[in-house]
Design a binder for this molecule. Structure first.
Ligand SMILES: Nc1ncnc2c1ncn2[C@@H]1O[C@H](COP(=O)(O)OP(=O)(O)OP(=O)(O)O)[C@@H](O)[C@H]1O
Length: 230
């Protein structure tokens, strides 16, 4: 069953056609990798799904809830990990986690347990009362990663996983994505590093100049890549 569906999406920014005729879906418990060169439109698709980028036409549904129908219900269906950390300067690390707990109505015990696990595993336990400006970029991305992993949403949107993370944290995120997938979470991610996600990805959607030029099972992309040396 499709958890996320995009139908006939078009996006224009200042009269420039950035996305055209975008159709694809992500099934329950499956991982789709959005691939394509710089500027192909991957991040714009993510931003359009979450409603940060206005679309000119088309329909986006998560679990049959359309963005236009009930935006709050729609929003609770996904969590989003942006390419660059987008933390609020007036909140401490722990307050960011609390904000997510509140927005996604995470039960208190579960929240505390998860926070403890993630901050221990990602080695930022001593940073809970710090503000973002006192953190390195990698630490900020770890905080953002934890925020995205805390809720149990049906869909996880990840724009360039691993950006700014060290090797250990990259491995950790990979493991976390695998666990989420096993629990039935659907994942849409963008990547330039297909080799890092090919074990977890089931499908690929390839973009070029804002259009889908190919899509299908990940194995068929690997085969194509081998033959064309891409
Ligand atoms: N706010 C904006 N104003 C004007 N053009 C924009 C804006 N945002 C994106 N674009 C253009 O839209 C196109 C797609 O950009 P997008 O960031 O979605 O690409 P991408 O595939 O994520 O690239 P990358 O791999 O470099 O992250 C690019 O040509 C970019 O210049």
């Amino acid at each position: 069953m499709a958890v996320l569906t995009l139908q006939d999406i078009a996006v224009e920014i200042r009269d420039l056609k950035i996305l055209q005729d975008i159709h694809f879906s992500v099934d329950e418990g499956s991982v789709t990798a959005l691939i394509g060169h710089n500027g192909a439109g991957k991040s714009t698709i993510m931003k359009t799904i979450i409603g940060w980028q206005e679309k000119r036409q088309g329909t986006i549904k998560i679990n049959n809830i359309s963005q236009e129908d009930d935006f709050l219900a729609f929003k609770r269906q996904y969590s989003y990990l942006p390419e660059e950390p987008l933390l609020l300067s007036e909140l401490t690390v722990y307050q960011h986690f609390q904000l997510y707990a509140k927005s996604y109505q995470i039960e208190k015990d579960r929240f505390e347990e998860r926070v403890q696990t993630y901050i221990t595993d990602l080695e930022i336990k001593d940073k809970m009362d710090e503000y973002p400006e006192a953190l390195s970029k990698g630490m900020r991305q770890k905080v953002q990663t934890i925020c995205a992993l805390l809720p149990d949403t049906p869909l996880l949107l990840i724009d360039e996983p691993f950006m700014g993370l060290d090797y250990y944290a990259m491995d950790y995120l990979q493991g976390a994505m695998e666990r989420k997938k096993k629990e039935g979470t659907s994942i849409l991610l963008t990547t330039h590093q297909l080799e890092k996600v090919q074990d977890i990805a089931d499908q690929f959607v390839m973009l070029k100049h804002g259009k889908v030029v190919d899509q299908g099972p990940i194995e068929s992309f690997q085969e194509l890549a081998r033959r064309n040396d891409i």
